[in-house]
Design a protein around this ligand. Structure first.
Ligand SMILES: Cc1ncc(COP(=O)(O)O)c(C=O)c1O
Length: 395
């Protein structure tokens, strides 16, 4: 029987309570969905607004005289943070834009196959369905991962059972969207290299949630958004492209690349100026990195994992259902997806939002219902307890 809880013994409310004030979240909302849309802290909001103010005050100065240097500076800071060479990285609006660029670049011929796991994000699947349809190939092929995750080898073996001689590309999430599982991408990339197959890692949930060394993964492409766990402004993301894929890597939105009198020289130059747009989100990415560095990245990861683990424990006690991964930071980080009994998912999500002020996604995936709880710095054990109380009423 579920009990209401007092503050768990590991919660140092004094040390962590102060972070709530760094966000401007609406009073009365318990926000447990940083994994979908991660609001930026006030410091990052202010940095973005300062850039917008400068842009509106003197567009010529910002676009013509300062834009490129600022783009390069933001790229260098971001590339260092994710362990990639700056020259291998371009700034894009979001992971979706990054994945579309990859789909436009990879040449599929009839008979070629693209392999995706069954845990991939729905919109990513749609991108590859269209790419396969346009190329006249069947697919994409779906590798169905095990219902209970046990080891990296088990995941690699199951994934590569769906890979054949005609497989051109494997698309795999670093942290999956519906199930919040950390997949063993290093082992997957190694096996793909051994077989000469390209890999695109879909990584928006990994940025800040996990320590990241993209160069060490040796993947062909790494696509991500910075407006999830990094809490950079909405509309900021990146794509890392390995040097072996850079020749002929073209923009989807062709523009100047570099504003005249400059002209594009390197592959990445083509992706700097893609038409007139508000660049303030990109320029404030270093502020988001600076913010989390000041918190301390390992402290951030430890704290938010502890909250996610608390949610797993309490909601598991309520439902009696076992999540698909072992209780370990190897398998999940700051976000946890918890199975629910059969229910009306949209109705529960709506009730939690409208009656309890709790924003948390409820979804059906592979015939099972899940509640995905995201924990960031502004969340507290009290938020998880409020969620449990609401669930007890609704279930
Ligand atoms: C695994 C995964 N890939 C890609 C995306 C797309 O991200 P965005 O909407 O920022 O482009 C999401 C969004 O939630 C996601 O969870």
């Amino acid at each position: 029987m579920f009990r209401d809880l007092t503050v768990p013994p590991w919660d140092d409310a004094e040390a962590w309570g102060c972070w709530q004030g760094h966000w401007a979240l609406r009073a009365g909302t318990i926000y447990l969905n940083h994994g979908s849309f991660g609001p930026p802290p006030r410091a990052v909001q202010a940095a973005r607004q300062a850039w917008q103010w400068q842009l509106d005050a003197q567009p010529m100065d910002l676009f013509v005289r300062r834009f490129a240097a600022q783009w390069f500076a933001a790229r260098s800071t971001l590339a260092a943070f994710v362990g990639a060479a700056a020259e291998d990285v371009i700034l894009v609006e979001n992971a979706t834009a990054a994945m579309n660029l990859v789909a436009a670049h990879v040449v599929l011929r009839p008979g070629d196959e693209v392999v995706l796991t069954d845990h991939e994000y729905g919109a990513v699947r749609r991108i590859w369905e269209r790419a396969c349809r346009r190329a006249g190939t069947a697919g994409p092929v779906t590798a169905v991962l095990p219902p209970q995750f046990e080891s990296a080898d088990q995941v690699v073996d199951t994934l590569f059972a769906a890979v054949h001689e005609h497989t051109k590309l494997v698309v795999v999430s670093h942290i999956t969207s519906p199930t919040a599982v950390i997949l063993p991408v290093l082992a997957i990339c190694r096996e793909a290299r051994r077989r000469g197959i390209a890999v695109c890692v879909d990584g928006p949930h990994a940025i800040a949630q996990l320590p990241l060394e993209i160069a060490a993964l040796d993947c062909d492409f790494y696509a991500a958004s910075c407006h999830k766990w990094l809490s950079a402004p909405f509309g900021s993301g990146f794509l890392a492209v390995h040097p072996r894929q850079q020749a002929g890597f073209e923009p989807v939105l062709l523009s100047w690349g570099r504003l005249p009198p400059e002209s594009p020289r390197r592959w990445s130059d083509e992706h700097i100026w893609t038409g007139t747009r508000d660049p303030s989100g990109f320029f404030a990415v270093p502020d988001a990195i600076g913010f989390l560095r000041r918190v301390g990245l390992s402290a951030f990861r430890h704290r938010t994992h502890a909250l996610a683990q608390y949610a797993r424990e309490r909601i598991g006690a309520l439902t009696g259902l076992t999540p698909p991964v072992p209780d370990s930071p190897t398998w999940y980080g700051s976000m946890v997806s918890l199975p629910l009994p059969p229910l009306d998912a949209p109705a529960l999500q709506r009730a939690l939002s409208e009656r309890d002020g709790i924003e948390v996604p409820v979804m059906e995936w592979a015939g099972q219902f899940y509640l995905r709880v995201s924990c960031h710095l502004y969340n507290t054990p009290g938020h998880i307890q409020a969620l449990c109380r609401a669930l007890r009423r609704h279930l």
